[in-house]
Design a protein around this ligand. Sequence first.
Ligand SMILES: [Zn+2]
Ligand SMILES: [Zn+2]
Length: 82
Amino acid sequence: MLELRPNCECCDKDLPPDSTEAVICTFECTFCRSCASDVLNHQCPNCGGNFAPRPVRLFALLEKFPASMNRILNARGCGGSP
Ligand SMILES: [Zn+2]
Ligand SMILES: [Zn+2]
C-alpha cells in the first residue's frame, strides 16, 4: 500500500491524498508535478528512477487506510541547486 506522503520532497508543497499533482518513484519518493518536470527533469534525485502519477485514494477509503502524516523533505535540496 502506498504511504501517500503529504508533501513534495523538493519544495514542501502540500500534496493531499486526492491531489492529482503528486508523482512518485518506485520507492515512493514523492514530488509535485512542477518539481518533477522543471527541477528534476523527470528523474528521482534519490534513486535515479522515473516518476509516475500517484493514484488518488478516495476519501471513503482514507478512514480505513489513512495517508502518511510523515513529511519528508530532502535536506540537500534537489535539482542540484545550492
Ligand atoms: Zn515540489
Ligand atoms: Zn526515488
